[in-house]
Design a protein around this ligand. Structure first.
Ligand SMILES: NC(=O)c1ccc[n+]([C@@H]2O[C@H](COP(=O)([O-])OP(=O)(O)OC[C@H]3O[C@@H](n4cnc5c(N)ncnc54)[C@H](O)[C@@H]3O)[C@@H](O)[C@H]2O)c1
Length: 357
């Protein structure tokens, strides 16, 4: 199969759909890979690395779209890319169709085969191509939170790890899923005192089993949240109710009960956020302050660490890319039910009905 990799052109997106290692695997399996020049630069993979791995470098996105049977990307195509996508061409990327009618209509019109990373689903209901981005965001939440706790950026002036003779900072984590557990691990590693809340006792049992004793679990109730926000320095929102908006666990009037300079990091911002005062921010201007409480609500946190994020993403996407390239999309989806769940739009027909909701 002819596989194409283009440079991401969405604002602030530096990740790339395939690394040189991925190109090497595809070429080894007998496929041809076209890579647009400088596609991997933002992630730290220069053109010569792709060439050494066996890629054919091309000067323009147009040439890659024209040559490839399958395009492997990171973000959804944007308007200038719509006319380049051909009938019957496979596009394997994050689409998030439910959030853009325009994109959905453009992909229906293209008659392409749109396989969405975000709906590839394992038998246990987990989403293997979303997990690594939650892992990145969860770990980053503590790194960012620790920074914004510094006084010059209006934080409380607390060092999360404390020092000998001074107690550590306190981190409250809402949600013990992928984001929450990775955040807890980072915060515990820094020496912070960590409280993690979830409504799912199985998750709390797991956290209790694997984390050190300065990570304390409690059931997520309105009472417990109200109690803990008064004493914690950094609060991370990592809750998810699949397919629904995040519940507002911290309301505007609760901010007054927090210590001035408390930092809120709402990782769940992409599902509307779990704090009432959340509004999406960008890496250029990541924070704002309400009632002396610092809010960090960047919707694409992994975009700030493209080297790590590209490797984490391509680690999990490459096995699927190889299956599609080796078998063709129809046979690959027939054999692998997890991949079949990724079929969103096929030759103008919506197969994943939830995207219309
Ligand atoms: N901002 C970003 O850049 C970014 C990156 C990756 C993921 N995310 C988002 O982070 C959120 C969490 O993702 P995840 O992969 O950790 O999900 P997950 O499903 O692994 O975990 C969510 C957890 O929230 C818990 N939960 C639900 N309601 C709760 C409540 N009322 N109180 C406490 N816990 C509750 C669930 O039981 C579950 O354990 C999602 O909205 C995801 O889209 C954002």
């Amino acid at each position: 199969m002819k596989v194409g990799v283009v440079k991401e052109i969405k604002n602030n997106e530096s990740r790339v759909g395939l690394t040189p290692a991925g190109v090497f695997e595809l070429v080894r399996a007998g496929h041809t890979v076209f890579v647009q020049r400088s596609a991997g630069e933002g992630s730290g993979f220069p053109d010569p690395d792709y060439e050494d791995a066996g890629a054919t470098l091309t000067g323009s996105a147009e040439a890659v779209y024209a040559a490839a049977d399958m395009i492997v990307k990171v973000k959804e195509p944007i308007a200038v890319e719509y006319p380049l996508i051909r009938e019957g061409q496979i596009v394997f990327t994050y689409f998030h169709f439910a959030s853009s009618r325009e994109l959905t209509e453009a992909m229906i019109a293209s008659k392409a085969i749109c396989i969405a990373y975000e709906t590839v689903e394992d038998a246990d209901g987990s989403l293997p191509l979303l997990t690594p981005m939650s892992e990145v965001a969860g770990r980053m939440a503590i790194q960012q939170g620790a920074k914004y706790l510094e006084k010059p950026i209006k934080g409380r002036g607390v060092l999360l790890g404390g020092v000998p003779g001074v107690p550590p900072g306190k981190v409250l984590i809402l949600g013990a899923g992928v984001v929450g557990i990775q955040a807890a691990k980072m915060a515990a590693g820094l020496g912070a005192h960590v409280t993690i809340l979830d409504i799912n006792m199985k998750r709390l049992r797991y956290v209790n089993d694997v984390m050190p004793s300065h990570v304390v679990t409690e059931l997520s109730t309105a009472y417990n949240i109200k109690k803990h926000i008064k004493t914690h320095d950094l609060i991370v929102g990592g809750v998810l109710i699949p397919g629904a908006k995040a519940p507002k666990l911290i309301t505007r009037d609760m901010l007054k009960e927090m210590q001035p300079g408390t930092v809120l990091v709402d990782v769940a911002v992409d599902q509307g956020g779990c704090f009432e005062t959340t509004r999406a921010t960008t890496h250029e201007d990541p924070t704002y302050i309400i009632d002396d409480v610092v809010h960090y609500c960047v919707a694409n946190m992994p975009g700030a660490v493209p080297y790590t994020s590209t490797l984490a993403l391509t680690n999990v996407t490459l096995p699927y890319v190889l299956k599609i390239a080796n078998l063709g999309w129809e046979e690959a989806c027939a054999r692998y039910k997890d991949l079949e769940k990724g079929l969103n739009i096929v030759r103008g027909e919506i197969l994943y009905k939830e995207i219309l909701a």
